[in-house]
Design a protein around this ligand. Sequence first.
Ligand code: NAI
Ligand code: MG
Length: 357
Amino acid sequence: MHRIAVIPGDGIGLEVVREALATLELFVNNDTDLTMEWDVFDWGSEYYLEHGKMMPENSLEVLKSFDAILFGAIGDARVPDDVTIWELIMPIRKEFQQYINYRPAKHLKGIQSPIQNNKDIDFVIIRENAEGEYSNMGGHLYKNTKQEVAVQNTVMTREGCEKVARYAFNYARENNYKLVTSATKSNAIVHTMKLWDHCLMNVSESYPDVAFHSVYIDALAASMVQHPEKFGVVVASNLFGDILSDLGSAVVGGLGVSPSANINPEGAYPSMFEPVHGSAPDIAGKGIANPIAQIWSLALLFDHLGYSKQAGLILSSIESTVRDQVVTPDLGGNNSTEEVGNAIRGRVAAALQGGKI
Ligand code: NAI
Ligand code: MG
């Protein structure tokens, strides 16, 4: 029996997690191969406004006993964004050593991509998720004076860089991607990025069957727009990977269809699965948020726990729903969050009942 912790969070997080949970429930009720139970935690901005913190003191202890975490999104105008991020998402990512952030950018047929070259776009961004530019080290002094100064340090370690490099190359090898591209900027950031380059190069030598390119991040960003079909696995530091993954999702149709996984590869702690998007206050409460990124994140969770057939069924059901143009307004349609969720579940249910899994 696998146990899942579910944190819907704020805004559209609540709306899209509802659809993912209904999908999970469908599997639990109809697929005897999948045994899962889940607990839902109401942590987030409402919780903060009531209790003065985003989650209870012992929450990491509580989460640790679960096999995986399904996360929605957080962010609320009544709470500063750095509080929501640093008191909820970051402690989970860091304390649980989820040092791999995995973000696929796969173009689904039926979705209008802004890149119209009719070539298959299917690449994966592996982002370092525990150190680098988001190490939260530095200081800010003499605020609101002429002498005001702020320092933000980037911390990179050989171990951290090599671990993400090995993960990227292993992933490429196991999933038949022929090329690993590293995002660098060692011409300007000469200390940390040179260490990054050095580690990537070292690790690449153990993978003669996978081609390796190191590309400056600025040129890489342009190339991702001009020739996205050329990429296989893109490996990047925390900040670069964060930025590139929004670009990656834009070239395949937007944030509404971009899932992600925060992975602790050793399995010492639970990994966390969440859409790339935030709480989308501009559309929250309207029932039009695209649930695909969240439901796809559930598929990544399934895959991680060994339910790869079920993950595949979710993805093919998403693809067929999109092909049939049952889509929310962000993809040019006029269906609601629930209608898209129902359409995906209808396809999953038909396959399960037909024994097609
Ligand atoms: P956002 O991702 O929430 O929204 C950006 C744009 O994409 C908006 O126009 C939104 O309507 C649209 N969008 C996002 N997800 C969508 C979906 N599923 N369906 C249809 N349209 C969708 O990013 P934004 O506006 O920068 O941030 C809003 C709040 O979310 C902030 O408080 C921010 O801190 C937080 N945030 C939280 C994240 C998380 O929980 N991991 C990640 C990014 C932002
Ligand atoms: Mg981001």
